[in-house]
Design a protein around this ligand. Sequence first.
Ligand code: NJP
Length: 229
Amino acid sequence: MSVAVVTGASKGIGRAIAKALAREGYSLSLGARSVDLLKNLADELKTEVLWSYLDVSSEASVEKFAEKTLERFRSVEILVANAGVGVPGRLDEITEEAFMHSLQVNLLGVWRTIKAFLPTLKETKGTVVVVTSDLSTRLLPGSGAYVVSKWGARALVKTFQLENPTVKFLELRPGAVDTHFYGKPGRSREEGFMKPEDVAEALVSLLNLPHHVRVEEVLLRSIYQDPVY
Ligand code: NJP
């Protein structure tokens, strides 16, 4: 059975992706800081699940997560680097601490996670999916530290791809999705929000393409969200 790793699996898009991959028959290694939420997700899923505390802003935590995953499953076919945080604030007002947090999670967290799983992904000729943002190629005043982290994450994905042609790297770029990202979920489709399940189903269909097809990036937005590039 193929093994998929999902970071940030406790809530939102990561949780929906974990559920969709379980349904597709993958065994799962799930990581996030909210282990209570991971445990209750694991209880729900009808597949083999390892859940572990993971803080992607810590090198030690990422390495331990990768070690535990490989101890249990030996190899990994799919890595979904999804963990991320929204960090609002104008660039002339944001604190250095908040800026660093954005980079530590959204940029370096992705780099650490890919680096830790790359050896097994090279062996399996696997796929790395990085959930960035529709903002990874555009600008949003008032969210500069977040936007910079996502542009950086896009550059990471592309550079990893050039350096590792036998692994497939997919940049998944969602627009607005109704998750904890905006506080409590509950926003409507008509306000321009997709559901986390919409993103998960899109990913499943891409993963089901023939192995020789490499989808390098996908931008997904609700029809109610303005197309801005
Ligand atoms: O947000 P949310 P989404 N270490 O808050 C985890 C991108 N995106 O699902 O640690 C490990 O419901 C957190 O887990 P926990 C966004 O940038 C979204 O929307 O338990 N995990 C939770 O599971 C992000 O990359 C929208 O708190 C950490 C998950 O991340 C991805 O989509 C638009 C962590 C966040 O779940 C998923 O976000 C867009 C850490 N240090 C891009 N910090 C959107 N929702 O509209 C957080 O363009 N997590």
